[in-house]
Design a binder for this molecule. Structure first.
Ligand code: MSP
Length: 653
């Protein structure tokens, strides 16, 4: 049977323009969609806009437009943004589409017919921002936790969905399907919520108060509650109930959301489907929130980061790479333009860009720009490089399906690092001086060309433009969408004698005219010049004189992370060493020289700072991946920590 993958994003409210949070979700969906194609799956990728409800009606009024004109205009903004971020969705759904209205009404009627919708009067606390009633228990200091304002008291006769009836079923279902909601912290959150009595869900709004919505098929005085309407989009787009897409792509669906809308997706949606006789989706994948240095992004504080401000400055692939490399899927992350510039310079311009340009420059210089013949591997260095290729492939294939993009990318960069080191160690320029080493030189360059191709293929889901550029210059005529892991991520597929071309730098370094990246999000970016232009204007091609200070870029190669010590124990036969397990978003085993100053049990639960990209080593036979930072003060050793508790995995900048 064909392998199938159906991925959805939330459909975004059209009362605000797309920002980096929307962009992240949609890029992640795009990356997963491309990755699954790459793995030979038949795929379908859906995004769209959520256009009904109070919030939208109010925004239209404020904009001085009728709701339909307003949603048409705003929905278009989303539709126009995604291609600029190289997002290739298969369908874009709008809740105002006639196809959607039909399906919502059909499902309402079905659930009503089986007696799971009833009419009643309800008085409660309602948050207009969230479009829902809140229980006292859910409020924080009497305020909606998402909108930080007090809900209003509202009493209405409405229709209710018997959600409470499905509570036990849902608990059982989640327990029997451990990865139904993932990562685990969000599964636990839903189970914790379900440990309390579940109330029925109010699914209507009287038209006298709000008429911007889908009419209830069994009572035209009411429109449908916006969440009941919105969630159904995921099956409308598949032409529920009879369309061929519904037959093939349901229930393999994978929904992707951030933690803010966990409850509607983790509770309302499965119970609605259960009542309507539809099988639940396969997985709900939940990521954390992008914040800025100022905290939560807020329109009023001017801290909203807009993707279309950044892409023209840094390029779409650098933006996509940064988002996926920087956030540990499931945890919150901080958006900081400085960090973006640093990653671009260090990982893209330096590591990847240099490997690519050095390889092609040497192929041009020593082999007239043509792929040299392959040959027997020369020595241990070649073997090591080949081993790293296999290791990277295995890690990439393990991490991508788990949504662990940062780890998958780290493994690719490990290979890039090793290949750059290989160039330095082998020194092709020395081989070139010896005519007897001509064949060896060919093998070395061939190895490097193969690695560049392998890297291009693996990064294609994240950086499709760069991958295509690299493949083209390597003489490989494959479109990224047609790449297949089995045939393309293989060693030895380049053809001898095929011309390759160096072209310009893949990622010109970005240097700030002013302090890079101290821009307040939402405010005009400071003018940034590409390094090449700066070099040109200086009129010199040489590097500045050596300076005893390290550059910011060098500092940013140091990956410091917040972590929590989960486990600590002495290492047998060692006086000084402890074996620690530190949670930095992933679990790391670290060997630390703390045994003489710290009792293992006192360390568990402590927040620490970990140097995360230290080369792995073995101490007393125990592997250590990272270093816990501490300060010596006389005989005491004090662990570095943060001023306030910070979640694991945050980068220290
Ligand atoms: N319309 C509903 C979703 C209905 S789905 C059936 C909605 N829309 S929204 O415009 O508010 O989008 C919320 C989603 O946007 C989040 O779940 C997430 O995917 C994305 N993000 C919005 N802000 C975000 C961050 N600051 N960080 C990360 N993603 C965030 O809720």
């Amino acid at each position: 049977m064909a392998k199938r993958f159906y991925i959805t994003t939330p459909i975004y409210y059209v009362n605000a323009e797309p920002h980096i949070g929307h962009a992240y979700t949609t890029i992640v969906a795009d990356v997963m969609n491309r990755f699954h194609k790459f793995m030979g799956y038949e795929t379908f990728f859906l995004t769209g806009t959520d256009e009904h409800g109070d919030k939208i009606a109010q925004a239209a009024q404020q904009a001085g437009l009728d709701p339909q004109s307003y949603v048409d205009r705003m929905s278009q903004l989303f539709r126009d943004t995604w291609p600029k971020l190289n997002i290739s969705h298969d369908d874009f759904i709008r809740t105002t589409d006639a196809r959607h209205v039909r399906v919502v009404q059909a499902i309402l009627q079905k659930v009503h017919d089986v007696g799971e919708i009833y009419f009643d009067s309800y008085k409660g606390l309602y948050c207009v921002g969230c479009e829902r009633f809140y229980t006292e228990r859910e409020l924080v200091d009497g305020k909606c936790p998402d909108h930080d304002r007090e809900p209003i008291e509202r009493e209405e006769a409405n229709y209710f969905f018997r959600m409470s009836k499905y509570q036990q079923w849902l608990i059982q279902y989640i327990k029997q399907h451990p990865d139904f909601i993932r990562p685990e912290r969000y599964r636990n959150e839903v189970l914790a919520f379900l440990a309390e009595p579940l109330e029925d869900l109010c699914i209507s709004r009287p038209k006298q108060r709000l008429d911007w919505g889908i009419s209830l098929p069994f009572d035209a005085r009411y429109v449908t509650y916006v969440w009941f309407d919105a969630l159904i989009n995921y099956i409308t787009a598949l032409d529920y109930p009879d369309g061929p897409l519904f037959q093939t792509m349901w229930p393999v669906a994978q929904h992707l959301i951030a933690k803010d809308i966990l409850k509607p997706h983790g509770i309302y949606w499965p119970t609605i489907m259960r009542a309507a006789g539809i099988e639940p989706y396969q997985h709900l994948n939940v990521h954390g929130y992008w914040k800025t240095d100022e905290g939560k992004m807020s329109k009023s504080r001017g801290t909203v980061v807009r993707p279309l401000d950044l892409v023209p400055v840094y390029g779409v692939d650098a933006f996509r790479y940064f988002l996926l490399r920087e956030m540990v899927f499931g945890l919150d992350a901080n958006f900081n333009e400085k960090a973006l510039v640093n990653r671009l310079n260090a990982d893209l311009a330096n590591d990847l860009g240099n490997l690519f340009s050095r390889t092609l420059a040497m192929t041009a210089k020593y082999f007239g720009g043509k792929v040299p013949a392959s040959g027997a591997s020369g020595n241990g260095l070649d073997e090591e490089l080949r081993d790293q290729v296999e290791l990277t492939r295995a890690q990439y294939l393990k991490e991508m399906p788990r949504w662990s993009f940062h780890k998958a990318l780290m493994s690719v960069w490990e290979l890039i690092g090793k290949a750059n080191k290989y160039i330095d160690e082998v020194g092709p320029w020395n081989l070139a001086k010896e005519p007897s080493q001509r064949e060896r030189l060919g093998v070395v360059l061939r190895n490097l060309l193969e690695i560049n191709k392998f890297v291009a293929v693996l990064i294609a889901p994240v950086m499709p433009e760069t991958a295509e550029k690299m493949l083209e210059r390597l003489g490989v005529s494959r479109k990224v969408m047609d790449l297949r892991l089995e045939t393309d991520a293989r060693w030895g597929t380049l053809v001898e004698g095929v011309p390759v071309s160096k072209g310009e730098a893949l990622f010109p370094r970005i240097e700030a005219e002013h302090e890079a990246g101290d821009r307040v999000p939402g405010i005009e970016p400071k003018k940034l010049k590409k390094a090449a232009e700066i070099e040109k204007s200086r009129g010199t091609g040489t590097s500045p004189p050596a300076d005893p200070c390290i550059s910011l870029e060098a500092f940013n190669k140091i990956d410091l992370r917040t972590g929590i010590i989960k486990h600590a124990e002495r290492i047998p036969k060692s006086e000084k060493l402890l074996r620690l397990i530190v949670d930095i978003g992933e679990e790391r085993q670290v060997v630390a020289g703390l045994a003489q100053t710290h009792a293992p049990r006192d360390l568990v639960g402590k927040q620490v700072i970990l140097l995360a990209n230290l080369e792995p080593t073995r101490l007393m036979g125990v592997e250590s991946r990272g270093m816990v930072l501490a300060v010596h003060d006389g005989d005491t050793l004090s662990l570095l920590t943060t001023e306030r508790p910070v979640a694991s995995g945050h980068r220290v900048t």
